[in-house]
Design a protein around this ligand. Structure first.
Ligand code: NAP
Length: 469
C-alpha cells in the first residue's frame, strides 16, 4: 500500500517536474521536483520488493557508484560539452532498459505470452539502438569519431536495411526460444543498426538525433516497465518518450530541417558541420571598430538588445555581459536579451548560460516576441552568434539556412558584431549581416571585449552618474 502511494506521488511529481521544465523561471525547482520523484520511486520499489540482506549491499554499492559518477559529471562537465553528456546519459538509459529485459529473458522463466514477449522485444531492440547510437553520437560530438566515407554512399542504406531485416528475423524467431540465439542475434544486429544509423549524421544535426535518442530511451524504459510490471516505469518512460519526440520536432522546425532529412540525409548535416568555423572568404565591405567606439554608441542608446550565441558560451562571458548590462541599466538604458531557439549547441543553451549570471528572466525575450522590437532598438550587440542572425536565411533561397527563422537584428539602427574573426558559424557559410551599412565588427574574444566596453563606460562615468541620482 505504501509503495503504491509513493509510486502515485512520484508519477504526479514527475509530471509536475516536466511541466515546470518548460519555463525558464521554474526550471531549477522543476529539476529538483523530478529528482524527488525519482527518489520516492526508488524508496517505493525497495519497500515493495523487500530485498534480501545481501542484496542491500549491491544496492548500496550501485547507488553510491552511480550517485558519485553523476555528481562528478555534473560538477566537471563544461556547459559547452552538455550535448555529449546528454548523449551519454541517454545511452545509459538505453543500456539499463536492455539489461533489465535481458535479465528477465535469461534468468526468469518468462511466460511466452504475447505481452511479455513484445515487451522484451521492444525493450531489447530500442534499448540497444539507443545505447549504441548514443555512444556514437557522443563520440562524434567529442571529435573522437569521424564520418567514414562509405557512410555517405548508398551502401549505408543497404547495410542498414540488411541489419533491420536481421532484427525482424530474430524478432519472429524469439517466441520459439526467448532466451536463445535469436535474442543474441537481435542484440547484435540492433547494436550495429544503432551505429549504422547514427554514424553518417553530421555534427549540425546531431542534437536533433540526441533528442530523438532521448525519446527512444523513454520508449525502451516504458517497454522495460511492462517487462518487470512497473507502472511507474511505464508512465515515466512514456513521458520521456513523448517529451523527447516533441523536442525533436521543435528543433527540426527551428533549424528548418525535416526529421527524414536528418535521419536519411546524413551527409548534408555533416557537410554543414564540417564547414563550421571556416570560410573567412568573400567579404569586401567590412567595417570594424574598437570597443571605445562601440561604448560611445552604447552610452547614447536608449534601448540595447544583446544577442548571445555559441561564442558567448565558449568565451564564458556571461558574467562580464551581466556586469555591462548592470552599468547600462544604471544609466537608464532599457536592456533585453534576444534568445534564438537554436542559439548555442543545445536547446535552452543561452537561457542556462545567462541564468548562471543571474540575468533576470523577464529580460530574456524569445525570437518571435523580440523580432518586432528590433526597429525601435538603438543598438544591438551580437555576442558570438552568427547563423542565428544571418539575414540570408530570410532573403537568399540558395542559402543552406534559407527558411530557418532568424533574429532580425538587421532591422535595428546600429549593430555591433563581437567575434574573434570573420570565421563562419556552425552552418559554415558567410553572413550577409557583417556587410550591412549599419553593422560594425568588434573583433576579439567576447569576454575581453565586454570587459573593455565596461571599462570604457566606467571611464565615461556611466554607472556613477545615474547611480547617484
Ligand atoms: P554559430 O553560428 O555557431 O557561431 C558562433 C560564432 O561564435 C562563430 O562564428 C565564432 O566566430 C564565434 N566565437 C567562437 N568563440 C568565440 C569567442 N571566444 N569570442 C567571441 N566569439 C566567438 O552560433 P549561433 O549563432 O549560436 O548558432 C548556433 C548554430 O548551431 C546554428 O547553426 C544552429 O542550427 C546550430 N545548432 C544548434 C543547436 C542547438 O540546440 N542550440 C543544435 C544543433 C545545431 P569566430 O571564430 O570568428 O570567433
Amino acid at each position: 500500500m505504501i509503495a503504491a502511494v509513493l509510486d502515485l506521488v512520484a508519477v504526479l511529481l514527475l509530471a509536475l517536474g516536466l511541466k515546470g521544465l518548460s519555463r525558464v523561471r521554474s526550471a531549477r525547482s522543476a529539476n529538483a521536483t523530478a529528482a524527488l520523484a525519482m527518489a520516492l520511486a526508488v524508496v517505493g520499489l525497495l519497500i515493495e520488493i523487500r530485498p534480501a540482506p545481501i542484496a542491500w549491499l549491491w544496492i548500496a554499492v550501485g547507488a553510491a557508484a552511480g550517485g558519485l559518477a553523476g555528481l562528478v559529471t555534473a560538477r566537471r562537465v563544461p556547459m559547452t560539452a552538455m550535448p555529449e553528456t546528454v548523449a551519454l546519459f541517454n545511452g545509459c538509459g538505453g543500456m539499463a532498459s536492455l539489461l533489465v529485459a535481458l535479465g528477465v529473458a535469461v534468468f526468469d522463466s518468462i511466460e511466452a505470452g504475447p505481452v511479455a514477449l513484445v515487451s522484451i522485444l521492444v525493450s531489447v531492440f530500442v534499448g540497444t539502438i539507443t545505447f549504441t547510437g548514443s555512444i556514437v553520437a557522443m563520440g562524434k560530438l567529442q571529435g573522437w569519431l569521424g564520418t567514414p566515407p562509405w557512410t555517405q554512399s548508398r551502401l549505408r542504406h543497404a547495410v542498414n536495411i540488411a541489419l533491420a531485416v536481421i532484427c525482424l528475423v530474430a524478432a519472429f524467431s524469439l517466441p520459439a526460444a526467448p532466451a536463445g540465439p535469436p535474442l543474441a542475434l537481435l542484440v547484435l544486429a540492433a547494436g550495429l543498426l544503432g551505429i549504422g544509423v547514427t554514424l553518417p549524421i553530421g555534427g549540425a544535426d546531431m542534437p536533433v538525433v540526441i533528442s530523438l535518442l532521448n525519446s527512444y530511451s523513454g520508449v525502451a524504459a516504458a517497454a522495460a516497465g511492462f517487462v518487470v510490471g512497473s507502472q511507474l516505469l511505464i508512465v515515466a518512460g512514456a513521458m520521456v518518450g513523448a517529451a523527447g519526440l516533441i523536442l525533436t520536432q521543435v528543433m527540426c522546425t527551428a533549424m528548418n530541417r525535416s526529421l527524414t532529412s536528418v535521419l536519411f540525409g546524413g551527409a548534408l548535416g555533416g557537410a554543414a558541420a564540417v564547414g563550421g568555423g571556416a570560410g573567412e572568404t568573400g567579404y569586401t565591405r567590412i567595417t570594424s571598430c574598437s570597443p571605445e567606439e562601440c561604448s560611445m554608441a552604447l552610452e547614447q542608446a536608449e534601448r540595447v538588445v544583446f544577442v548571445p550565441g555559441y561564442g558567448l558560451a565558449v568565451a564564458q562571458a556571461q558574467h562580464a555581459l551581466r556586469e555591462l548590462s548592470k552599468l547600462l541599466e544604471a544609466h537608464g538604458v532599457e536592456v533585453a536579451y534576444a534568445i534564438h531557439p537554436v542559439a548555442g549547441r543545445m536547446p535552452g543553451h543561452m537561457n542556462v548560460l545567462l541564468a548562471e549570471a543571474d540575468v533576470p528572466y523577464e529580460q530574456l525575450v524569445e525570437m518571435d516576441a523580440i523580432n518586432p522590437e528590433f526597429p525601435r532598438t538603438d543598438v544591438v550587440i551580437v555576442l558570438g552568434a552568427n547563423d542565428v542572425v544571418n539575414p540570408q536565411a530570410k532573403n537568399d533561397p540558395s542559402s543552406p539556412l534559407y527558411g530557418m527563422p532568424v533574429l532580425e537584428v538587421d532591422q535595428a539602427r546600429q549593430v555591433f558584431v563581437v567575434k574573434r574573426s570573420l570565421g563562419a558559424g556552425y552552418a559554415g557559410i558567410a553572413n550577409a549581416l557583417f556587410e550591412l551599412p549599419q553593422t560594425a565588427m568588434v573583433f576579439g574574444d567576447a569576454k575581453a571585449v565586454l570587459n573593455a566596453l565596461a571599462a570604457e563606460l566606467r571611464s565615461m562615468g556611466v554607472g556613477k552618474a545615474k547611480a547617484a541620482v
